[in-house]
Write a protein that binds this ligand. Structure first.
Ligand SMILES: *Cc1c(COP(=O)(O)O)cnc(C)c1O
Length: 817
């Protein structure tokens, strides 16, 4: 029986380490770690120090302090002597070693493994095959879209002896990568979904891209592809199954048509027989993905009637976790569409990041397809809950009810089904806690989420936390490792949220946070944020709160310095950290060069406050036209801080760079940088970094009407229609932050993929769109913005104003994939 526990001695063989120091040869390993922030099951964990954006070797200390005792490091690593109580394997390349272990683990399983690659559709095809094949198989599939060099290794590691099939996604972005993935996955069945254009990635030619992707086919027994994308492939012994709408293929699509608003019918010929399937989707990507799944099922020998029955029951997949505001001051993480061990551990990890409430509650359904492995699977669930310190568990389903003794270490209520849980709810069943709702589809947990989520005004700002993390890492990768990072979360994190963003930043180990006002800092502290927080505009009425919540003030002038030290003296406090602001040209707040001698005198004469950092702000770091001025500010800041440093006689951190300066001016990085708008996905100035969009403002169409040519729309008869038009009303107006200047065609929104324009003036709570010829219907989703920079330009403002202007009544919904 394959096993997920490896002994040190086995590992030494598998990893083919050049050298090893193994003072504890009896240790056992069943968990792989690569990120010191995500430590679990420390004692039986093996930490791989990977060289990613940040060198994992620098986090060995954290992992060791967290209890990890087994490490795989690069051959030239020397600091292992600092960690005498641990085993060390020295290898040439730590990522390759991890892959070798994954490959070895996979080889222990004699089950069909399906590998999927292609430019698009990998994840959907994987999820759908999982749905389609679940009745017969206990399938392990890669979680989310774990398809990279690291992701594939981690996915394979999760294979366990309960599984009798695996579906693994393989994603590559440049030549040479597939070979490593193939060696790990070593698929029995390989699927190529499609091949997109070349320009989007790191391939020299289309041909190179195809042959790279097709490399997954090597050694596979069966392959599924469409010659439409690749041309005819030369095979060596594999059994091919082809699909497409042209040429000689096994499954030839001859017609696709829409049946109604939600269903498409696909007709195809297979072995001279005409067959039809209906799918509950209408977009072209879904149609293609369905055909690929159809081909796979035919190849596996499923009968047509069976296939058709399963296809029409396909479910949209919702893979993202959504964090929403709940009733009674709860936070709700909604993951009510699937339940298996892999996605449960990801959801629990996200729950663990949430610091805003001490109570962490899990509502969990039975895990489908467990069968005879009940004991083992629920034992594992219990272990996960213990590790993640869940303090309240509510289970729904007979199997969990039967296994209740496994969860006796926490507060547990068990219900046989969703309805009985819902009828047990009272208005105060949940209060001030973070609730993770995790249920398999058949349990209809969306009903639970509906009951626990705070009702929302239909306009929401969706915040993509993965994108935020991506942007953070993008900036981190261009600052030296010893430079600290302060994340600017003022003004409700530029409109994006407060503790939700701060939790993520804290989890990602930024060094400081900065807010504008004391109240903002207090809110973060109340939500469990423990990072140092700088407050940029404190005033003497808020010193008490500052102190109580350990917030660190910006000191920008003599009078606030004096009143603050006097306040501290009254409380007998010493060495309180402060941040001194220097005015180098903004002329807003701060000490001037002429003040420095006096300031140094005052600061060196007191131990009431301690200068933690000294900083200034660049006024036009993004604009080439003002580069001379930026350099002047930098020079002046250098002079002033030198003088101050000599005068006060102890060291402090210096910082001046905002987003644009981080990208454009490496010499401004100094000891710390202050990252603002770039974090939220907006680029500033003349320098571009590849950022991901963080916020998407969305609403739905409330009503649709036909309006005749010559009639007007909206207040003041702002627009008189030139032709008969279809007008949609959406619930967003200037009170939501949708500026009146977007009226009368200036603003554009996206409905069903078409760009449409506003008609007439923007009202306070609503506005109207011309949706003629788009097929839009009441209830359809409308995207108000994606590209904020472009929107800002249209009305002559800056992205900062648009972001910060989205009013608080627009609900923020956070998601994490
Ligand atoms: C807002 C702010 C920043 C961040 O500026 P971005 O341009 O958004 O990066 C940095 N420093 C200070 C003092 C700020 O007020």
């Amino acid at each position: 029986m394959p096993h997920n526990t490896y002994s040190i001695c086995q590992l030494n063989d598998i990893l083919s380490s050049a050298r090893a120091i193994l003072p504890f040869p009896d240790a056992q390993v069943n968990t792989l770690l690569y990120d010191s922030r995500k430590l679990s099951n420390h004692e039986q964990a093996l930490f791989f120090a990977l060289k990613g954006r940040r060198d994992g070797h620098h986090y060995i200390r954290d992992a060791y302090d967290g209890g990890v005792r087994n490490f795989v490091v690069a051959g030239n690593y020397e600091d292992h002597t600092c960690f005498p109580l641990a085993n060390f394997f020295f290898v040439q390349d730590t990522l390759r070693a991890l892959q070798q272990l994954a490959a070895f683990h996979r080889k222990q399983f004699d089950i069909p493994v399906i590998g999927i690659t292609g430019s698009n559709g990998k994840t959907i095809v994987k999820e759908w095959l999982y749905q389609l094949l679940s009745p017969e198989y206990t399938i392990h599939r890669s979680p989310k879209s774990y398809n990279s060099q690291l992701g594939v290794a981690l996915s394979l590691w999760q294979l366990e002896d309960i599984h009798d099939m695996a579906i693994i996604e393989a994603g590559i972005s440049s030549a040479g990568e597939m070979e490593h993935l193939r060696q790990m996955i070593s698929p029995d069945i390989a699927i190529l979904t499609n091949v997109g254009p070349v320009h989007d990635d790191g391939f020299a030619s289309w041909q190179q891209k195809i042959s790279e992707k097709a490399m997954l086919f090597e050694g596979a027994e069966k392959i599924v592809y469409s010659p439409k994308y690749t041309g005819e492939l030369s095979l060596d012994g594999q059994q091919a199954f082809t699909w497409g709408d042209e040429g000689e293929v096994d499954l030839k699509v001859i017609q696709m048509r829409s049946l109604d608003r939600n269903h498409n019918e696909i007709t195809a010929v297979y072995r001279e027989e005409t067959m039809r399937i209906v799918i509950p989707f209408t977009d072209s990507a879904a149609r293609e993905n369905a055909v690929i799944c159809w081909a796979v099922l035919l190849m596996l020998g499923y009968g047509h009637a069976d296939i058709a029955k399963r296809m029409v029951a396909l479910q949209p997949m919702k893979m993202r976790l959504e964090l929403k505001k709940g009733i009674n001051n709860c936070s709700v993480i909604d993951d009510s569409y699937s339940n298996d061990i892999a996605s449960l551990s990801i959801a629990l990890e996200f729950l663990k990041q949430q610091q805003q409430h001490t109570g962490q509650t899990l509502i969990l359904s039975d895990i489908p397809g467990v069968g005879y492995d009940e004991d083992k699977i629920y034992g594992k669930v219990a272990r996960l809950l213990k590790e993640n310190k869940i303090n309240r568990l509510i289970t729904v389903g007979p199997v969990l009810q039967k296994n209740r003794e496994k969860f006796s270490f926490l507060f547990h209520e068990a219900f046989p089904d969703t309805a009985s849980f819902l009828s047990s709810l009272s208005p105060h069943s949940f209060e001030n806690e973070t609730i993770l709702i995790k249920g398999a589809r058949s349990f209809l947990f969306e009903r639970i989420s509906k009951a626990l989520v705070f009702k929302t005004h239909e306009t929401v700002l969706e915040i993509n936390l993965n994108a935020l993390e991506y942007n953070l890492n993008s900036y981190k990768s261009i600052i030296p490792e010893d430079v600290k990072l302060m994340a600017m979360v003022k003004a409700f994190s530029y409109g994006s949220g407060s503790f939700e963003i701060a939790n993520l930043l804290q989890f990602n180990k930024v060094d400081y946070l900065a807010v504008a006002y004391v109240d903002e800092g207090v809110d973060l502290r109340k939500s469990g944020i423990t990072l140092p927080i700088m407050v940029m505009s404190p005033d003497h009425t808020s010193f008490e709160a500052l102190l109580t919540h350990k917030l660190e003030p910006e000191i920008y002038g003599f009078s606030i310095l004096e009143s603050f030290t006097a306040f501290l003296n009254r409380h007998n406090i010493k060495n309180y950290p402060i941040h001194v602001k220097i005015d180098t040209g903004m002329h807003r707040l701060g000490f001037q060069q002429g003040d420095i001698a006096e300031l140094a005198g005052k600061l060196s004469a007191t131990d009431t406050v301690q200068v933690s950092t000294v900083f200034s702000h660049l006024v036009a770091s993004g604009e080439q036209a003002h580069d001379d001025f930026t350099l002047h500010q930098l020079r002046l800041f250098g002079e002033v801080t030198d003088t101050l440093s000599r005068g006060i006689g102890y060291p402090f951190l210096r910082h001046i760079a905002n987003t644009a300066a981080i990208a454009r001016w490496p010499q401004t990085h100094l000891d710390m940088v202050r990252l603002g708008i770039g974090l939220y996905g907006v680029e500033e100035g003349d320098c571009t970094r590849p950022l991901q969009q963080v916020g998407t403002l969305k609403t739905t169409i409330t009503q649709i009407r036909q309006v005749m040519a010559g009639d007007s729309v909206g207040y003041g008869r702002g627009a008189v229609l030139a032709k008969d038009s279809t007008i949609a009303t959406v619930k967003i107006g200037y009170a939501d932050g949708y500026d009146r200047r977007f009226g009368n065609g200036v603003g554009q929104m996206i409905v069903n993929g078409s760009m449409v324009s506003t008609v007439g003036n923007i009202c306070m709570d609503m506005c109207m769109l011309d949706v003629s010829d788009t097929g839009a219907q009441e209830g359809d989703e409308v995207i108000i913005f994606g590209d904020i920079a472009q929107m800002a330009e249209k009305i002559g403002t800056i992205p900062y104003e648009i972001l910060a202007g989205i009013s608080q009544r627009v609900k923020r919904v956070y998601f994490y994939e």
